[in-house]
Design a protein around this ligand. Structure first.
Ligand code: NAP
Length: 295
């Protein structure tokens, strides 16, 4: 059984990006810049944002965090985005989700210049990805990170059956569209399951590659997996654990101990898909910098 080590792959990717940034700077004298807008005090979001900013700094990229209070209006957020859209030093804009309930997330997504939408959530980027215009779009980071993991582990995907559990806009739908593309590490026959799907275990057992993004701890058990399948666990669920200092820990959507006895390869949680999502955010920002500087 192969443990697909997202921490190691993302560290490798960070080193590569860091070298690219140094090289680009020697030619242009400029650095890529990512600005993150955080609205409100959600503790998990604060940790995610801090982590993203820290990792950007580690690879030599500029990163700025704009923290706004809970009561910020949609108009105020849109004004900030308009300024960043016009700023030549800002190559990536990320508005951390979830936003407070009075803010319409779609209005925020639509306001970001698609060239700077390094999350890959803007309909223009999603549309280009679906149509296969990869040179001019940003691919949604989690799906892009999973493709990178499959590629770097040399996992054969072409013509194989990929089953995705979950159809969210940020994971399941982009993932399904990506695995369908005539691309290395994709080119699959794709099935997507969701909460209305019948006989889920029958469907998941057909998977050569099983990608799970449900948000339910241990949802996929060994009996739901075909022996030899490759299993990618996107889930990141916080559960109580009195034995840890914090009183909680994070687990995936896959019962790792059981499924690792039947899978040929599997991602752990933590240390699988999670670190790759941030790495691809940085890669998208570097790609945006390249496009804006004609590199
Ligand atoms: P989400 O928006 O809540 O979507 C969950 C999906 O699972 C929905 O499509 C839902 O179906 C489906 N589902 C729920 N119960 C089901 C069931 N019993 N059988 C089959 N399908 C079911 O969640 P998400 O944003 O995609 O995130 C999923 C998980 O991934 C979470 O744990 C999240 O924290 C994690 N995540 C991790 C990363 C990372 O970088 N590691 C990034 C994003 C998300 P319906 O559409 O029918 O409701």
């Amino acid at each position: 059984m192969v443990l697909i080590d997202g921490k190691k792959v993302s560290a490798d990717l960070q080193e590569e990006l860091s070298a690219t940034i140094r090289h680009d700077r020697s030619i242009t004298g400029k650095l890529p810049g990512l600005t993150i807008i955080l609205v409100g005090q959600d503790p998990s979001s604060q940790v995610y944002v801090r982590n993203k900013a820290k990792r950007c700094k580690e690879i030599g990229m500029n990163s700025t965090v704009i923290e706004l209070p809970d009561e910020t209006t949609l108009e105020e957020i849109l004004e900030r985005i308009a300024l960043l859209n016009a700023d030549p030093e800002t190559h990536g804009i990320l508005v951390q989700q979830p936003l407070p309930p009075h803010i319409d997330e779609m209005s925020v997504t639509l306001a970001i210049d698609p060239e700077k939408d390094v999350d890959g959530f803007h309909p223009e980027n999603i549309g280009k990805m679906v149509l296969g215009h990869f040179e001019s779009c940003h691919i949604s980071c989690t799906a892009y990170g999973i493709l990178e993991l499959l590629g770097r582990y040399g996992i054969e995907t072409s013509g194989r059956h990929c089953v995705i559990v979950g159809r969210s806009n940020i994971v399941g739908k982009p993932m399904a569209n990506l695995m369908l593309q005539k691309l290395d590490s994709a080119n699959c026959t794709v099935t997507v399951c969701h909460s209305a799907s019948k006989e889920i275990a029958t469907l998941t057992r057909l998977a050569d590659i099983l990608i799970v993004a449900v948000g339910k701890p241990g949802f996929i058990t060994a009996g739901m997996v075909k022996p030899g399948a490759v299993v990618i666990d996107v889930g990141n669920n916080r559960i109580g654990d009195a034995s840890t200092k914090s009183g909680f820990r994070y687990v995936g959507d896959v019962d790792f101990d059981g499924v690792s006895t039947v899978a040929s390869a599997i991602t752990p949680v933590p240390g699988g898909v999670g670190p790759m999502t941030i790495a691809m955010l940085m890669k998208n920002t570097v790609n945006s910098f390249h496009r804006s500087n004609g590199l």
